[in-house]
Design a protein around this ligand. Structure first.
Ligand SMILES: [Fe+2]
Ligand SMILES: [Fe+2]
Length: 170
């Protein structure tokens, strides 16, 4: 974006770039969390959920592209080193040390809820001031909400499956 485009934004652009860089670090960590989680996964419904987690991973990576491009347009520098991801991220990276599917889904759910908070915050900060970032934030927010919903649905399905198994044993 040209200098004029940045000048007319009625907000603290440095603060916005900082928030976007935190979001960018979070997207990369979320991407990796899904990417590695889908590969170590064990337990019920594994084959179906494994593929879905890979779809989520791709979507997080696409969010990273959108956020990095916007930082660039605003005249900022997207975080340059993976070593800074953990420092910038406000969302916890939870290594999937326990590969059991419910544990992994729980970790992913936490990350999604953190992402939802992040894009809500960016949307609030840019509302009525920076329409482009606002639009991007709400587009990403919608996908994070879908991710959260899908994970909750899988967790509910696993619960039903466990209940049914219990009944069979009785
Ligand atoms: Fe994301
Ligand atoms: Fe997500």
């Amino acid at each position: 974006m040209g200098k004029h485009g940045v000048d007319i934004l009625n907000l603290d652009v440095d603060k916005l770039i900082q928030m976007l860089n935190e979001a960018l670090a979070e997207e990369w960590l979320a991407y990796y969390q899904y990417w590695i989680g889908s590969r170590v996964l064990e337990g019920p419904m594994r084959t179906d959920i494994e593929q879905e987690l890979q779809v989520h991973a791709d979507q997080e990576l696409n969010h990273a592209v959108m956020v990095a491009d916007r930082i660039d347009q605003l005249g900022g520098t997207p975080v340059l080193s993976p070593a800074d991801w953990m420092k910038l991220s406000k969302c916890k990276y939870a290594a999937p040390e326990d590969p059991y599917i419910e544990v992994i889904l729980d970790q992913n759910l936490d990350a999604e809820r953190c992402a939802i908070k992040r894009y809500q915050e960016i949307a609030d900060f840019t509302y009525g001031k920076d329409h482009t970032t606002y639009k991007m934030a709400t587009t990403i927010l919608e996908e994070e909400l879908e991710h959260e919903q899908e994970i909750e649905d899988w967790m509910a399905d696993i619960d039903i499956m466990k209940e049914n198994l219990k009944k069979l044993r009785m």
